[in-house]
Design a protein around this ligand. Structure first.
Ligand SMILES: Nc1ncnc2c1ncn2[C@@H]1O[C@H](COP(=O)(O)OP(=O)(O)OP(=O)(O)O)[C@@H](O)[C@H]1O
Ligand SMILES: [Mg+2]
Length: 233
């Protein structure tokens, strides 16, 4: 059986434009109207445990999932517009650790940082790069059990910066590993399968590469190699 890999192309971009208009607008209208309904219901039905509130809650959570999917798809379909700046890698990693730290602590997953403060800066879009790394860390967090470890590293050699996210999680079997960058490939309830394709697009827009290596039962390492100089136009 041959596997079809969908590439980001003109077709996907025009689908995205259609989705942005035809799905996102009614979705926003639905969310606003649901909130109005909730407020009006509160006036006539004070019992917050009533079945009607549970129905509204389910609708609201389904709409949020749909909204998340639409936003992630649009992020994938629209090639990232880079806003280049000098980015200090240790700062980037510690910002990320500050953001994700509380969630790691809640899951009792140890988060460690390995980056020398003396690393040279890269010319990159810090916001986009952080988003790519965040997708990797979120994957690790979902795969890593209590008392596991996620390690963020940054290093530089021969004109390349190397960033990695290493976890001691469940790992990925070879047949799955071959598919993780496929658009919409997910093994997770509620996953969109867009996290890794988006991360890879961001890294490639910088002229870099993103790879995953994994061993079942031992863990997974995602590695970004990035040129230190400005990415190609
Ligand atoms: N660190 C990891 N450990 C184990 N499996 C992973 C890891 N990273 C990715 N995967 C596998 O790759 C699949 C695709 O990852 P991707 O981030 O693209 O989508 P997702 O996490 O399923 O959904 P989303 O990112 O939209 O929430 C995951 O469903 C999971 O099976
Ligand atoms: Mg993900």
């Amino acid at each position: 059986m041959t596997r079809r890999v969908i590439e980001p192309d003109d077709f996907i971009q025009s689908v995205a434009a259609g989705i942005a208009h035809e799905v996102r607008n009614p979705l926003n209208a639905l969310q606003i109207n649901l909130r109005i309904l909730e407020q009006e219901l509160a006036r006539v039905l004070p019992d917050q445990d009533a079945h009607a509130y549970r129905v509204l809650k389910t609708m609201s959570s389904e709409l949020s999932s749909l909204d998340h999917f639409v936003c992630e798809f649009l992020r994938y379909a629209r090639p990232p517009q880079l806003r280049l700046e000098r980015v200090a890698l240790p700062d980037l990693l510690s910002d990320l650790a500050t953001f994700i730290g509380p969630e790691c602590a809640r899951k009792q997953v140890h988060l460690q940082l390995e980056a020398s403060p003396a690393l040279p800066a890269v010319i990159a879009d810090g916001f986009q790069l952080k988003h790519a790394l965040l997708n990797l860390v979120l994957n690790s967090l979902l795969a890593t059990p209590r008392h596991g470890t996620i390690t963020l590293t940054a290093a530089v050699d021969s004109g390349l910066a190397h960033l990695s996210v290493r976890d001691t999680g469940e790992g990925i079997a070879d047949d799955r590993l071959a598919r993780v960058f496929d658009l919409f490939f997910t093994t997770r309830e509620g996953g969109t399968g867009l996290g890794l394709p988006i991360a890879r697009r961001i890294v490639e827009a910088h002229g870099g590469t993103l790879m995953l290596a994994s061993s079942v039962g031992l863990g997974t390492t995602a590695t970004i190699d990035l040129p230190l100089a400005a990415p190609p136009d």
